[in-house]
Design a protein around this ligand. Structure first.
Ligand SMILES: Cc1cc2nc3c(=O)[nH]c(=O)nc-3n(C[C@H](O)[C@H](O)[C@H](O)COP(=O)(O)OP(=O)(O)OC[C@H]3O[C@@H](n4cnc5c(N)ncnc54)[C@H](O)[C@@H]3O)c2cc1C
Length: 162
C-alpha cells in the first residue's frame, strides 16, 4: 500500500504520495498505466513522458547527487559560520525532504549522528555514512567511504572518468 500525504493542512492526505513510492507502485493506484509481460502483448508499453513529477527513487538519487557533491566541494577548513550554517542546513533539509517516511527516519538518524561539519573530509565521511544507513535499511550494498571524493569530485583513480 503506497504512503499517502500526511499533512491534513494541505488537504491532500488521502492522495497517494508520488514522492513516497516508486513509479510502478504509484501508477497501479491510478488505474491508468498497465505493465505488460514481455512477449505476451504485441503493443509496446506506453512511453512515459520525461517531464513527470519525480518518484521516491528519482528524488533520492537526485538529492544524494547534490548532497555528496556539496560535501566534496565544501571548504577543507570552513569558518565557524560556514560550519554552523551547514549543520542548520541539514536540520532544515531533514524537515522538508519530500518523502515523508524517509524524512522521519533521516531526522532520527541525524539526531543520533549530528552533522560533522568541521572539515570537508569529516563532512563527506559523515554524509557517506548517513547514505550507507539508508542503503542498509533498503538491503543495498554499502559504499566504501574512502572513495567518496573519487565518486563525487575527482573521478576514479584509474582515470575511467577522464
Ligand atoms: C535523505 C534520504 C533518505 C532516504 N530515505 C529513504 C527511505 O527511507 N526509503 C526509501 O525507499 N528510499 C529512501 N531514499 C532514497 C534511496 O536512498 C535511493 O536514492 C533510492 O532507493 C534510489 O537508489 P539507487 O540504487 O538508484 O542509488 P542511490 O542510493 O540514490 O545512490 C546514487 C549513487 O550514489 C552512490 N552512493 C551509494 N551509496 C553511497 C554512499 N554511502 N556515499 C556516497 N555515495 C554513495 C552510488 O554511486 C549510487 O549509484 C532516501 C533518500 C535520501 C536523500
Amino acid at each position: 500500500m503506497p504512503h499517502t500525504h500526511a499533512s491534513s493542512a494541505d488537504g491532500d492526505e488521502d492522495k497517494p504520495c508520488r514522492a513516497c513510492s516508486d513509479f510502478k507502485t504509484w501508477a497501479k493506484t491510478q488505474n491508468r498505466v498497465t505493465f505488460s509481460t514481455p512477449g505476451k502483448n504485441k503493443q509496446p508499453p506506453p512511453q512515459r513522458r520525461k517531464d513527470c513529477p519525480l518518484d521516491k527513487d528519482e528524488i533520492g538519487t537526485a538529492t544524494w547527487s547534490f548532497l555528496h557533491s556539496m560535501a566534496s566541494y565544501y571548504p577543507k577548513k570552513p569558518s565557524k559560520t560556514q560550519s554552523d550554517d551547514m549543520t542548520k542546513f541539514f536540520n532544515i533539509f531533514a524537515q522538508f525532504y519530500p518523502c515523508e517516511p524517509c524524512a522521519v527516519d533521516f531526522q532520527e538518524d541525524i539526531k543520533k549522528h549530528p552533522p560533522q561539519t568541521d572539515s570537508r573530509d569529516a563532512f563527506a565521511k559523515w554524509l557517506c555514512e548517513r547514505h550507507n544507513t539508508v542503503n542498509v535499511k533498503l538491503g543495498k550494498p554499502t559504499f566504501d567511504c574512502s572513495k567518496v571524493h573519487e565518486r563525487w569530485k575527482d573521478g576514479w583513480e584509474d582515470g575511467s572518468c577522464d
